[in-house]
Design a protein. Sequence first.
Length: 358
Amino acid sequence: MNAVDSHVSTWEYLIYEKIPENFHKWGLTESDYRLFNKTDWVVTEKIHGANFGISTDGIEVRFAKRKEFLQTEEDFFDYQSLKAKLSHQVQEIFRILQLETTLQRIYIYGELFGGEYPHPDVPAVKHVQAVQTGIYYSPRIEYCAFDIVVLKSNNQQQRTYLDYDIALKLFQQVGMMAVAPLFISKYNDALAYNIEFESTIPAILGLPKLPFINKAEGVVIKPLHSIYIDKGKEKIRPIIKQKIPDFAEDSRFHQAQKWTVKQQPISTQLTLEAELSQEMLALVTPNRLHNVISKLGRVSKNDKNQRQQLVELLVSDVLESFQEEYASIFSALETTEQKKMLEQLHQASQKLVDNYQG
């Protein structure tokens, strides 16, 4: 391990909270909604890419995928092509913030994206693969930031998210691409924003319009100025995402037939266990698999260990979404029924990964 790795090995990566698709699991109260209605909300385009974090203490810079720091030699969607530029920009942001307050570290969160742009006047970039498929942004790998966390001490619980408008100014000041506001209004108006639109990203990058419809994945909606709601010992920062059906991670909305885990329509004749099992298996979709891969990095067809890791990550991701809706019902089932459902989930996930060609 070199000196840089030795220094940063003591850092803990602060994982960016998973953004839900609704607020149901939090059991919001009337006072919570009153708070929502008092503030302005911003709608931004959700980029279909790989979650990517950057952290610095003003001296060293470290890069991360969804849940952990990347090792120096680790390849992750060609982020090395952006490493020097991003390192300089994040250190500049740290320097600016340090003029106003004492800092331990900052964490910048965003998306790596791009890698393909099928336009006759835009040459492809050699040896570059698309981070995600289904939406075209750029022939190169790009980075777009969406949040900044400030850590003033080693206490990880004391993280502070900068307000969206403050973070946006900082990103602009150092020349780092950031999610631009599509719409700013009150909570109900933001929720009603039409999520069916063509991606705005190619135009921002100065690229010509594609000769076909190039839909955005959806939107992210959050307060313009950070607010928090108390849920027991937890403080929730309310942010939600809304995806168009093409990118839903639930087969009840959209699923390519060749990937489908065969299911029967729910009927009144089914037992509670059978209905719950169908709800669980409906979450095993190619869209979810692709999103899990974006957290892990590219998966080799010949690497059995890596593909098995992918199965476990897919199972874990499905269970996380399933528990958000059905935790109390599932926990009330007999242990034998729970095990049976989990075995079916594992089999379905294994089959999906086995069919994945990369």
